[in-house]
Design a protein around this ligand. Sequence first.
Ligand SMILES: O=C(O)CCC(=O)C(=O)O
Ligand SMILES: [Fe+2]
Length: 301
Amino acid sequence: MFPQGSCFYVALLYLYQAQRHREYRQKIISNYQPLHRDIYSMHPSAFFVPTFLKAINDNTEESFRNIMSEPSPGVFTFEMFQPQFCKLLLSEVEHFEEWVNEVRFRIMRPNTMNKYGAVLDDFGLETMLDKLMEGFVRPISKVFFPEVGGSTLDSHHGFVVEYGKDRDVDLGFHVDDSEVTLNVCLGKQFSGGELFFRGTRCDKHVNTGTHSEEIFDYSHAPGRALLHRGRHRHGARATTSGHRINLLLWCRSSLFREMKKYQKDFSSWCGECLHEKKERQQQSVVATRSELLRREGESTA
Ligand SMILES: O=C(O)CCC(=O)C(=O)O
Ligand SMILES: [Fe+2]
């Protein structure tokens, strides 16, 4: 037991893990030969569809709303990537996986929920994905998710998930380790694989029930993006045929994470905090009304 020094040991473990991860990345980067070097740096006009680029250049709520739909509160969908970019990225991921199998390299999967998929940051795409977050996700998140640090997103975890035969089948109900998540379908052809959303929750309320208005299911289409809060509970149904491969960018804000430590009320984004707040307000209205009636009764008695 080391309660006094426990912080020290946690910090040490963290440093050790970070060092091991750096070595792991270095090993990949110095041995893996990319297939499509063009996608390793940001080329907006080659990556994005013109409507998306225009909205980003205009950079107003109206320009974003013009290209987006919000089929359920806090879930935004829009056309984002050009088919050619999806094709190149898919082929780069396949090429990376072939290399991994060839040299029998043990890769780290995106997270504990996936047996397949690859972390894009680990094989050279980190800088490009940082630009994607800073120049394209942050401006939108600043407008639609300011209450969860949307304007101060400063780090990311970028990966692909793969479902279908010989891949993952589905994904359990979870929240992401992110403030804002970008999820873009790269392809290929598939059926099933719908995402199901069940309301946004803070840590305290993450396992509470769902209100009927929070139920939302979504079917992915290649090239199309979804943007939602990381704390918006969701999962993916089984992909029943074909292959579904999606790019995920978990965007984080260190400032938001620090500030969150000192807050208790998250009713600006947690569906359950909001529900509780409204109930408290209702109870206080009822209590005030009955107190007024009681006083009125006393004065007329
Ligand atoms: O399967 C999907 O499209 C969603 C993946 C996901 O939610 C995640 O990796 O966090
Ligand atoms: Fe997720």
